[in-house]
Design a protein around this ligand. Structure first.
Ligand code: C5J
Length: 222
C-alpha cells in the first residue's frame, strides 16, 4: 500500500490511490451547454465552465496513477417510467424533462444533451453510471462497483456543487466512504451556494468530508 497525503480542510488526509476512486458528477451537455436542462431552469450555464479545465487536469493525474474513475449522468429512461411526477412537473411544460430541445429530449438517456461534454468524455474502461436522482448511490450500481474494487476513499467533483455533488457526498459519507471534494473541480449556477456547499462539507471537523483542490491532490499523487 502506498499513501498520499492530501492538503485539505479541515485537516490533511491520507489516501491509498489504489483504494481511491474519482467520481465525476454529471458533467453533461444538458447542464453545461445552452439549450439543456440547466438553461431551461433559468440558469446561466456558462458559470459551470470553471470546473472543466481543473477536472481535466485531475483526471490526467488519476489516469497516470491507474486510479478508478467513474462518471455519472443524471437522466431518465425514454419512457420516463423512472421519473417521479413531482420532478417532471417542475418548470414550464415546454422545457420540462422529456420535452424536445436543441440537444434532443431534455435529460433523457441516449439523447445528445444527456451525454458527457466532449472535453471530459470517459475513456475506455471507465464506468459510466446513469442515475435517476441527484445522488449517485440512489437506484444505481455505484455501491457494488466500489465494493468490488475495494474502494475506501472518494474524490468527488462535478456539477452542481450544492445539488448532485453534495447529495452524493452525503450518501457516500453515510456509507462509510471518506470523501475529498476539490473545490475548483466543482461549480454551481449560484456562486454563493458553491462557496457555502464547500464550507458545509468541511465544517464541524469535516462533517461530510474534506475540501481540497486539484493542485493539492495532484501534488500528493506525484
Ligand atoms: C441538478 C445536478 N442541479 N447535477 N443536477 O439538477 O446537480
Amino acid at each position: 500500500m502506498s499513501t498520499a497525503v492530501v492538503e485539505a480542510k479541515p485537516e490533511p488526509i491520507s489516501i491509498d490511490p489504489a483504494r481511491t476512486a474519482v467520481i465525476v458528477i454529471d458533467m453533461q451537455r444538458d447542464f453545461l451547454e445552452p439549450g439543456g436542462f440547466g438553461e431551461s431552469l433559468g440558469n446561466n450555464v456558462s458559470l459551470l465552465q470553471a470546473a472543466v479545465e481543473p477536472i481535466k487536469a485531475l483526471l490526467g493525474g488519476a489516469r497516470r496513477k491507474g486510479m478508478l474513475i467513474i462518471h455519472t449522468r443524471e437522466g431518465h429512461r425514454p419512457d420516463m417510467s423512472d421519473a417521479p411526477r413531482a420532478k417532471v412537473e417542475r418548470g414550464a411544460p415546454s422545457v420540462r424533462i422529456g420535452a424536445p430541445g436543441p440537444m434532443g429530449r431534455i435529460l433523457i438517456r441516449g439523447e445528445p444533451g444527456q451525454d458527457i461534454i466532449p472535453e471530459l468524455y470517459p475513456i475506455a474502461g471507465e464506468p459510466v453510471i446513469d442515475k435517476p436522482g441527484k445522488g449517485a448511490f440512489y437506484a444505481t450500481e455505484l455501491l457494488n462497483i466500489l465494493r468490488n474494487r475495494d474502494i475506501e476513499s472518494l474524490i468527488v467533483c462535478g456539477v452542481t456543487t450544492e445539488v448532485c455533488v453534495h447529495t452524493t457526498v452525503r450518501e457516500a459519507n453515510d456509507r462509510g466512504y471518506r470523501c475529498i471534494v476539490p473545490g475548483d473541480c466543482c461549480a454551481s449556477y449560484f456562486p454563493e451556494f458553491h462557496e457555502m456547499g464547500l464550507r458545509m462539507i468541511a465544517a464541524q471537523g469535516g462533517i461530510f468530508g474534506w475540501v481540497s483542490d486539484s493542485g493539492k491532490i495532484l501534488a500528493a499523487l506525484d
